[in-house]
Design a protein around this ligand. Structure first.
Ligand code: T3D
Length: 259
């Protein structure tokens, strides 16, 4: 079985991390499969939303720790981030389509921060988030030191990173780390429903909303107001805007093309 399963249905591409015996810890092959899938998601206009999840009882336990040669004096963990993890995080954020993450179980290390890189994160009530890095004397990566203080504040970011304790899905929702915590048996239904409803939406506008929200992290209010004006001008010329307004006035469901 491939270590990442890829399937597409009604505009939603689902990526399932698939090494359940190892809680879907990352090995090299997975990065290659994710790279290929992301290229398809980026280039195929028929794909209008992405859903990321894990097989089995875990979401992802981060880097497979047995893959590194600890006796190699030239061991360079930065190289793996440059080659694999960082491009994946950047591509998830930059994908001009919504990315839903269904955290079905423990999300640890890089697994936690890849989940937090997604646009809408749902987590099963029994799932948890673990900044496991300090336990093996590493620093949080995959954007952890960027997401945590911005989403949850410095105090909680510091607690999570230094203490490396599990944070429950309920706390993750309460702290603003994720969108929603849902009952375990409802997770996949809800996540699929959400991804399919997004895939039927104004895809081009969703991509623009992502850009605007993520740009705000480093923009002033003036810059953001200017950006909103430019984006509104641009999406206002799109057929989906005309369709949205026409559907409202005609009291019917809009039929967005996203293109
Ligand atoms: O190297 C680089 O590229 C640098 C980048 C690093 C990014 C990172 O992600 S660093 C952080 C790596 N992740 C961790 O440190 C987490 C390690 N795992 C754990 O702490 C625990 O497994 C969990 C808290 C996540 C879950 O605990 P539990 O008790 O529910 O499960 P378990 O029994 O520990 O794990 C189940 C199996 O998965 C087990 O295998 P076995 O003994 O049944 O054959 C375990 O060894 C394996 N597993 C879990 N995590 C990893 C792993 N194997 C390799 N690497 C893992 N990260």
């Amino acid at each position: 079985m491939p270590s990442v399963l890829v399937s597409t249905e009604a505009g939603v591409m689902t990526l399932t991390l698939n090494r359940p015996d190892k809680l879907n810890a990352f090995v090299g092959e997975m990065h290659g499969l994710l790279r290929e899938a992301m290229s398809v998601a980026e280039s195929d206009a028929a794909i209008r939303a992405l859903l990321l999840t894990g097989a089995g009882r875990g979401f992802c336990a981060g880097q497979d720790l047995s893959e590194r040669n600890l006796n190699d004096p030239k061991l360079d963990l930065g190289a793996g981030l440059d080659a694999h993890y960082n491009p994946f995080v950047r591509r998830l954020r930059a994908l001009p389509k919504p990315v839903v993450c269904a955290v079905n179980g423990i999300a640890a290390g890089a697994g936690a921060n890849i989940a937090l890189s997604c646009d809408l994160v749902l987590a099963a009530r029994s799932a948890s988030f673990l900044q496991a890095f300090a336990k093996i004397a590493l620093v949080p990566d995959c954007g952890g030191t960027y997401w945590l203080p911005r989403l949850a504040g410095t105090a909680r970011a510091m607690g999570m990173a230094l203490l490396a304790d599990r944070v429950s899905a309920e706390d993750a929702e309460r702290w603003g780390l994720i969108w929603k915590c849902v009952d375990d048996d409802k997770l996949m239904d809800e996540a699929r429903k959400l991804a399919h409803s997004l895939a039927a939406g104004p895809t081009h506008t969703y991509g623009t909303i992502k850009k605007a929200i993520y740009a705000s992290a480093t923009n002033t209010l003036d810059q953001q107001l200017d950006l909103e004006r430019e984006f509104q001008r641009e999406v206002g010329r799109h057929t989906d805007y005309r369709e949205g307004v026409a559907a409202f006035l005609e009291k019917r469901k809009p039929d967005f093309t996203g293109r």
